[in-house]
Design a binder for this molecule. Sequence first.
Ligand code: ATP
Ligand code: MG
Length: 411
Amino acid sequence: MIKAQRGTKDILNDEIPTWQWILENAKNVFQNAGFSEIKTPIFEATELFQRGVGDSTDIVNKEMYTFSVGGADKNSSSITLRPENTAGVVRAYIEHNLNRQSPPQKFWYFGPMFRYERPQAGRQRQFHQIGVEMFGINEPAADAEVILSAVEFLKSIGLGNLEVELNSLGCPKCKNDYRNSIKEVLAPYLDDMCDDCKMRYEKNPLRMLDCKNENCQKIFEKEEVKKVIFNDYICDECKTHFNTLLSYLDELNIKYQRNKLLVRGLDYYNRTVFEIKSSALGSQSAVCGGGRYDGLVEMLGGVPTPAVGFAMGVERLFSLVEKKEVSKLDYYIVSTNTKEALKLAQKLRSQNKKVEFDMQGRKFSKQLEKASKCANYAVILGEDEIEKGFYSVKDLNCGEQRKIENFSDLL
Ligand code: ATP
Ligand code: MG
């Protein structure tokens, strides 16, 4: 028997109402905040992710689904199933000159992402993200708007009490100074660190700070190292930007915690980075990760454009929310006259009623049994009803049956 691939999951009918409800809330909240939906392709040129996510990241190094298409032909090219959607949205933004509209340009998206990771609770190889990206605004109001949208969306699905963790990485200038001092203080310990950290040391030293390896953690605990890590290194401009954001969040009553070790996985973040976590999720606790990426549009060939956004893992949201039931039918048509049952189903559905009927001409008792399981009302179309032109309607919750003369009274 052929089974679904490891790390992928069928979403079956009993889970669909909850998925739809999550998405309806996303659409409402993000559209009310002026984000319009964007749909970009599921695969892109591999180079987009190598440059746009960064080749020091776990995603690019270990987790990409990359294919060569076009065979040995000289036109063959390398494509990758998107591991995340910021790079794709930025590519679309540049390709369609969306910067011609006056800023901000605000987008939200939903769709599957693909990462070749070890499957475990909270970690799949095909999973879904909901996210937003906002372009063109430098001011901390944009960071506040993006965090507010995330929190409001979470509130709308009953997860309003999750805490936001945030940090400022600084701008390229102060980030660079910080990076150098980190490298300097860690240099003597490099031999004792994990292979990932050895690689990160060259390519993206800040990423070392959220290494989960015990040995590495011990090194970060050393006094002289701690002093450098926790040094308040960001420049005055970045400090003002960050403090203004914090004052907005205070004003909005959004709870947050500063986490100086929060650096986020992707290479392109600067200034604000944030995560939203739920302790109910165990070790894969992050439901949302985001931040500012002011250099990315230019790096991918566009004009310099500040930007900020986030992505949420929908499967992790799903596991936290209260589940929605499959809604019952308005009517189940009980009849052995298939033609009349079909016609009535068509008529009721055209009035936006949820209706099904028996397609096998089974006994009335069997049909009523089925109806009571899946519908609020049964409409009985027996010979008498069809001949005289009325409907017998049975309330399946209380068992009461009524005669209804006019179709309009069914609505
Ligand atoms: P993690 O630390 O869990 O690996 P990440 O930093 O790789 O997260 P992001 O790239 O920021 O994750 O993606 C944003 C969100 O997408 C995460 O907070 C998480 O909710 C979800 N997510 C990421 N990878 C997976 C996965 N393999 N399976 C399910 N959800 C995922
Ligand atoms: Mg990851």
